[in-house]
Ligand binder design. Sequence first.
Ligand code: ASP
Length: 333
Amino acid sequence: MHMKLAWKTPALKPAIAVLALTAVWLSPARAQGYPTRPITMVIPFAAGGPTDLLGRSLAQAMSAVLNQSVVVENRPGAGGTLASAAVARAQPDGYTVLLHHIGMSTAPALYRKLNFNPLQAYEYIGHVADVPMTVVGRPDLPPITPKEFIAYMKANGSKVNIAHAGLGAASHLCGMLLQQAIGSEATTVPYQDTGPAMTGLMGKQVDAMCDQTMQTMSYIKAGKVKFYGVTTKERLRQLPDAPTMREAGLKDFEVVVWHGVYAPKGTPPNVTAKLNEALQRALQQPALVKRLDDLGVQIVAPALQTPKGLQEKLSAEITRWGPLIREAGTYAD
Ligand code: ASP
């Protein structure tokens, strides 16, 4: 009825003819016009967490480059695998992309029944950033220095509660590796996501947590948590006084949470090229660079912000984590 009325309005006819021509122009073979409508960036974790913070900044910067909205949609659950599976099955038309972290590479070993294959289900858009983690404690946890923290973990074993953002989360992986490196077995407490885990830590329901700088930086700078050290090889420019956990005695300990952007397999090459160009240009925007730098996020070199860069990173990380996780006998399902 509404359509009929519209057709009957003479003034609308030219506009509709233009729309019809535009539709022809935008057929897949002519994706130069892409994107003609908002793009959904799926975040596999809850709003307010580290990946969400990165995703929202990135989406905003990409929107400006593409001159089209990039809208964030949070689909938390099962360590990011729910969202990953959903995007793997989404229309490969460039209007759905996924921002995911290291969990994409740990999932094949952590989940015995994974219903997508990270190495086959996607077109790779680019590796975005590497994010250091920090080891933090509840505000009144007795140890002051990282060495004291390690001794406290050893002395108190399973009496120490370590929070994480759910099975399969990066904080889960980091907490496991931390215990392994220290040689102690704490009690791990899964929360629904990073926000609730941080609230648990601040509320003194748990003792410690390993989490990305995007989330912890403001708490650390405000002195609201006990801060023991960073999980990177080198100290961070943003927290120059903080030792690495290696310096504190955990030889070879290193956990960095890398993030990448994916599109469903079959997304046309001219569309993935446009998305990659938008990603790379977004990552050069001074406002984004500054915002991410303040949060400790390390934007990767331009040569890695590419489909090849992400593909190589993902496959190297799957090879790296698979044996370690299987050896630990930890499953998330
Ligand atoms: N759940 C977290 C996030 O929001 C990260 C994690 O620990 O996996 O990004």
